[in-house]
Structure formats: structure tokens, C-alpha cells
Design a protein around this ligand. Sequence first.
Ligand code: 1GP
Length: 232
Amino acid sequence: MHLRMNEWKHVFKLDPDKELTDEALESICLSGTDAVMVGGSTGVTFDNTVDLLARIRRYEVPCVLEVSNQEAIVPGFDLFMIPIVLNSKTPEWIVGQHHRAIKDYGAIMDWKQMITEGYIILNGDSTAAKLTQADAEIELKDVEAYARLAERLFHCPIVYLEYSGVFGKMEWVRKVRGLLTESRLFYGGGVDGPDKAREAAEAAHTVVVGNVIYENLEHALATVQAVRAAHQ
Ligand code: 1GP
């Protein structure tokens, strides 16, 4: 499968630790989204990840795993996205987990399937920020520096501005996108319907929609068309 990650404009992020009916999953997979990403901050296990992958595989939509812990690495995804939390206060989430995983599996890993995401977590109240001890109290200049670091030093194909749970500062998102020439800017956080989806699509290259899938499926589905429209 040729994935063309660089053309993705809309991505749904599904949490293996949350319930989704078959009907809801079908509507997500057939929605016209560019990809389904599987990932979450807590409660992600091998079993619930493999189960969700098998259900998504009934459909043709590209399916990628955002690796959140070593135990939940399941083979069979189209791509594996590896977060590097640039503004974490601990090396654990920058190289620590990665080092351990590569120590165990490095010899058998298919490196062509790995894509690094330079994560910048900006909602300090989010589970992801707490888990990774991210320093979300930073200024635009810090964010810009992290984005340049991700692109220019680390050559991350993706820079990910993560506001998980709240809608972020689109002005910052736009500014960061303006700095990037190689990396793709993913934005995620608080996109709860078509209006926010349009705003986010005007600021970032790729909009990631998560929570609203579990709160209001209709609103979630409406974000696909809104993102498309913003690019026309
Ligand atoms: C979370 O960036 C995604 O990792 C999406 O955020 O759940 O707030 O939509 P929401």
C-alpha cells in the first residue's frame, strides 16, 4: 500500500481503551478520512490494540499505530508513529522508552515503517502532558524552537502540536506551519465539530480528531467534509 502520508489532511484517532460499536467504527472507516490512527495515553494493551486493528482491517482505510508503550506494539499496521515528546522534562519520553524498545526488538524492526513525531504537548491538564511530564507553560518562541529542532536536527517527518482535550491557539499553529518546509504539521486537540475542524485545517497541514468520536459521532463525521472544504 502506498500511504502518501504527506497528503493526509484529516485523521481520526481511535483509543483502544474506549468502546466503539461496529456501526460507529464502520462510519469512521468509510467517512473519507485519510487515515485511522490507533493510540491513547492510558490503558492501551496488546490485546485491545490487536482487537481494534482486526476490526479496522475490514475496511480499506490506512491504519497506523501511534506507539504509546512497548507492550502494545502490534505488528500488521501500515505505519508505526513514534512520539518523541520534545517538551518533556524527563528523558524517559524523549529517548528512554525508545531505547528500551530498540534494545529488545532493534534487530527485527522494519525501519521503513517507522515515522517519528516531534511532539509538543501544550495542554498541561491533559493526561498525555501529565504522563510525560511535559512543560506546557512555554511561549511561542519555545514552541517554534522545538518545531525547528524536530525538523532540522531530528528530521522528524511529523511535528505534532498536541492540545489533547482543548482547542489550541490557531495563531501559534499557523506560525509553526509557516516555519516548516520538510516536516508535516499535525494538529490535535478539541476539534469537536465542523467549525473547529475548518479553523484547524486552515492552520495546520493535518487535523487529528479524537475524543468527539466517543462523545458525538455525527459531529466527528462532519469534521471530514469541513477539512476537505477548507482545502478547496
Ligand atoms: C489526541 O490529538 C488528539 O491525541 C486529538 O485530540 O481528543 O481533543 O480530539 P482530541
